[in-house]
Design a protein around this ligand. Structure first.
Ligand SMILES: [Zn+2]
Length: 272
């Protein structure tokens, strides 16, 4: 099994220069210097909200996967792991116009496992769930489209996760596709959790899952160390909100084993 490790190491090295600069100077300074138009990614006025998975290969997918007018709302498997009650409560206040599922979704696999369904058929479960949700919303008079995103539209490779960070997003949106290709390429690749749209409990549960994936067999795993930790990046509107988000994230980090806590660092930014 030498091949996957080699492939992982290669992908890991792709992100090395960006991560070194962030580890050394901090996220806030990095964003202000390297992604100076970050405001464009955080702007949501008059735009559409599209539900998608937390998978980093979506938010950092192929050019054109999403456009600058689509604001991602991200939670694992587009709510597939949420209870019906939880989901319906969230949808009441969520101004969404699009709903997506994607190829090779890990959350759909968890869903299949929980229900004793065929785990190899994750795409079918994701599609079935997505179509059902969109139908329900349309019955309530909501104008929502459905879309299944293929592996070719996503960031490659398909075989494992390449997230070096987890964005814990407490701004209404965070859309890298609204940035120039250059600036988008300078953002570290990461999972996205739309904290601003959910309550604390759901977002924290999502974060726990993302950290587990990053540290697990489908993520970079043991390549994360104390020297090169997984970064949890709260994205906030101001300094006060950033402090609150750091506390909230820390509560999740504390639930991991001590050795793993050392391989996580919380370092966010706010828009200035
Ligand atoms: Zn997914």
């Amino acid at each position: 099994m030498r091949e996957p490790n080699h492939a992982k190491k290669t992908e890991w090295l792709h992100g090395e220069a960006i991560m070194k600069e962030i580890y050394n100077g901090g996220m806030q300074a990095y964003i202000e210097k390297q992604v100076s138009h970050i405001e464009d990614a955080l702007s949501f006025d008059g735009k559409k909200f599209v539900v998608m998975c937390v998978d980093e290969r979506l938010l950092f997918g192929q050019e054109g996967l999403f456009n600058e007018n689509e604001c991602p709302v991200q939670t694992p498997g587009s709510f597939i792991l949420c209870s019906k009650e939880e989901r319906e409560k969230i949808f009441t206040n969520l101004p969404i116009s699009g709903f997506t599922s994607h190829e090779g979704c890990g959350a759909c696999k968890v869903y299949a496992k929980q229900r004793g369904l065929d785990e190899e058929d994750t795409d079918a479960h994701g599609k079935e769930f997505g179509q059902k949700i969109v139908e329900e919303l349309r019955e309530k008079g909501r104008d929502v489209y459905y879309r299944h995103i293929t592996g070719d539209e996503m960031h490659h490779p398909k075989e494992f996760h390449i997230a070096r960070v987890v964005y814990y997003i407490n701004t209404k949106t965070f859309n890298p596709f609204a940035l120039s290709e250059d600036e988008r390429g300078r953002l570290p690749i990461g999972f996205g959790i739309s904290r601003a749209h959910f309550n604390e409990g759901i977002a924290q549960k999502d974060l726990k899952l993302c950290i587990s994936i990053a540290f697990g067999a489908h993520g970079f795993g043991n390549l994360f160390t104390e020297e090169e930790p997984l970064l949890i990046v709260p994205v906030a509107v101001d300094e006060d909100s950033l402090e609150n988000m750091k506390t909230e994230v820390n509560d999740v980090v504390k639930t991991f084993a001590v050795e793993d806590q050392k391989r996580v660092k919380i370092d966010g930014f706010y828009s200035v």
